[in-house]
Every structure is written in structure tokens, then in C-alpha cells.
Ligand binder design. Structure first.
Ligand code: HSE
Length: 338
């Protein structure tokens, strides 16, 4: 049996991941050990290096600080196991392979033979790349401009609590609909999360971009192992689950709208016709939440340039953006180790 340690299994990503693993065909080959950084009953101490080192595979959904703290302690002592991380801490490390097997399976297989650090990529990156899988395969893309509308759950449990406080507080607000928003009590950096959109996620980086925005080009380039031009804007909105993205893509040669529709269709996408009923019925975080497909709609030619196409995508960032690529990699790894 392969010993799999999971840290952060009670969190938003960890709890979904553990369910996905329990439903996977590889469950019969693994023995799961739950670790916790707090004193939780029936779990092992996540700072017990000696015991952690007994694991063949460790998945951490605990966040960057834990990974930063623990990784050297385990790896300095020549651990032979595999570390799989859901945080961003290790992603750009030379020895770390980003896992999105539907895009880079051969790179993953090569890395399994050489290295033992693997990391899930940023959620908007995986959702974006999976949507345009065929366009990338056929080398049709000149550049991409994307604007994301990211759910509060992407910012963690604490942000969901802020939003819920805002919602509860909203019952006592004035009946004057135009002043009620000013009375919202609970705030995040001077902003309520309810009735709002915040066009800044994470810390400042170069060229007027935020860290979340810059991850798009860096992580996509690493996964594809070739240069890709992506300019990204990231906005936090108050949907609970699912990140949406408006993408504008410049195609290298003339193609028809019908052809573009076909190219967006792959095993992981669900294409929605660009009409009112289909869009309102199916192209929303509320509808897509909990589903494993990435829904793509509002597909049309851009009016400013006939080689630019627009579309809107919605995907569950806790599934395809986080837990699913890790579960799929675990299946590949377990099959390799058997
Ligand atoms: N960095 C993402 C966000 C987390 O802030 O939404 C992935 O869901």
C-alpha cells in the first residue's frame, strides 16, 4: 500500500480533494494518513517530521506558510517521497513541476522520474488553459487578454465569513436603496464584499500588475514550456464559488466563428450558444458551481478586429482550479509507483 499523507484536509480545497480521492480508482492502493497543524482528534501532528517522512506521498493544502516552514526540514533529510502542493510557494522553483495533466502530461511523466516536488497551478491559469486547449495545440494563438471575476472562496475561508457577515448585516439596512450599501458594517480593507467588485488581488508586481495577474503569463509559460503572451486583469466579485473570465484571443490566421466554436469544444468544456436563454440558464457561477466542466459562452468575433474572438468562461475554481488537477496527478503518480 502507498502511504499518502494529507495536510489541510479540512479546508476548502482539502475537503473537496479528499472526496475526489475517495471516489478515485486508486483508492484501493493507498492508505490515507490525515495530518493537522492544530490539535485535531484522530490526526497526526503536521510538524512531526519523522512521521511525515514515512509517507510515500504528501499532499499539502495547508497554504504557503506551512510549505515554506516544512519543506526544507523534510527535503534536507533526503526524503524519497513525493510532495504535492496546492499553494503557490513552490510553483516557480526549477525543481517543481506544475501539474495540469490535460495540458502537460509528458512533462509530468518526465519530472516524476527526476524530481519529487509538484504543485497545482493558479486557478485562473488552469481554467484558462483548459478552455483553449485545442487553440494551443494547433498553435493558433497570437495573444490573449483575460479579465477574471473571481469568487470570494478563492480568497479563503476568512473572506467567505466576511461576505456572510455582510449579508447578515444587510437585513438591518435602511429601506433607502441608494444609501443602504454605505451602511454595511463589516469591511475588508475598507471595502464591503457584498454589493461590490474589487479590482485588486494579492500584492503589487511590475508593470502595474498584481501578483495574481502576473501568475497567468509565468505559470502558463512554464506549463506549456514555450512563450505565450497573456495580459491578465483580476477582479474579486461576490460569487461564492467559480471563477469567471472574459477572454479576448487574437488568432494568427483567418478562421470562421463556427470553426472557433469547434476549437473550444474539448473533453473538459461545455459550449453554450450565444443567446439569451442559454446564457442566462447556464453561464453563471451559481449554475456551474460543483460541476466538473468548464462552461464557455458569449462566443463571438470582436468588432474591432476580425481575428480577435471573445468568449466568457465559468469554471469551479475549487475543482478544476485546485483539487481536480491534484487528484488526476495523484492517479498518474500512484500508477507509476505500483
Ligand atoms: N488565487 C486565487 C484567488 C485562488 O485569489 O481567487 C484560487 O482559487
Amino acid at each position: 500500500m502507498i502511504k499518502l499523507g494529507i495536510i489541510g484536509w479540512r479546508g476548502l480545497v482539502g475537503s473537496i480533494l479528499i472526496n475526489r480521492i475517495k471516489n478515485s480508482k486508486i483508492i484501493k492502493f493507498i492508505e490515507i494518513y490525515l495530518f493537522s497543524t492544530n490539535n485535531v482528534k484522530n490526526t497526526y501532528n503536521a510538524y512531526n517530521y519523522i512521521f511525515l517522512k514515512n509517507m510515500n506521498i504528501i499532499i499539502s493544502c495547508q497554504g504557503s506558510n506551512y510549505t515554506k516552514f516544512i519543506i526544507n526540514n523534510i527535503f534536507l533529510k533526503n526524503w524519497k517521497g513525493y510532495w504535492i502542493d496546492a499553494s503557490s510557494y513552490l510553483r516557480m522553483n526549477n525543481n517543481c513541476c506544475l501539474i495540469l495533466d490535460c495540458m502537460n502530461k509528458s512533462q509530468i511523466i518526465k519530472n516524476i522520474k527526476k524530481y519529487n516536488i509538484f504543485s497545482g497551478c493558479n486557478c485562473t491559469v488552469s481554467l484558462c488553459l483548459i478552455s483553449i486547449k485545442n487553440l494551443l495545440k494547433k498553435n493558433l494563438i497570437d495573444w490573449i487578454l483575460t479579465t477574471s471575476y473571481q469568487a470570494v472562496s478563492g480568497a479563503g475561508y476568512k473572506m467567505i465569513k466576511f461576505l456572510i457577515k455582510n449579508i447578515n448585516n444587510s437585513y438591518n439596512l435602511s429601506n433607502n436603496l441608494l444609501i443602504m450599501e454605505k451602511q454595511l458594517k463589516y469591511i475588508y480593507k475598507k471595502q464591503p464584499l457584498l454589493y461590490n467588485a474589487i479590482p485588486w488581488i494579492d500584492i503589487k508586481k511590475n508593470f502595474g500588475q498584481t501578483n495574481e495577474e502576473q501568475k497567468s503569463i509565468f505559470e502558463a509559460t512554464k506549463i506549456l514550456n514555450k512563450k505565450i503572451i497573456i495580459d491578465s486583469n483580476c477582479v474579486r466579485i461576490n460569487s461564492l464559488r467559480c471563477h469567471s473570465q472574459m477572454l479576448n484571443i487574437k488568432i494568427k490566421k483567418k478562421i470562421s466563428l463556427e470553426n472557433f466554436y469547434e476549437l473550444l469544444n474539448n473533453n473538459f468544456t461545455e459550449i453554450i450558444k450565444n443567446n439569451q436563454n442559454s446564457t442566462i440558464d447556464k453561464l453563471s457561477p451559481f449554475f456551474v458551481s460543483g460541476k466538473l466542466k468548464i462552461f464557455i459562452g458569449r462566443i463571438r468575433k470582436n468588432l474591432t478586429n476580425s481575428n480577435v474572438f471573445n468568449f466568457f468562461s465559468v469554471g469551479d475554481q475549487l475543482l478544476w482550479g485546485a483539487a481536480e488537477p491534484i487528484k488526476r496527478f495523484l492517479e498518474i503518480l500512484v500508477e507509476y509507483l505500483l
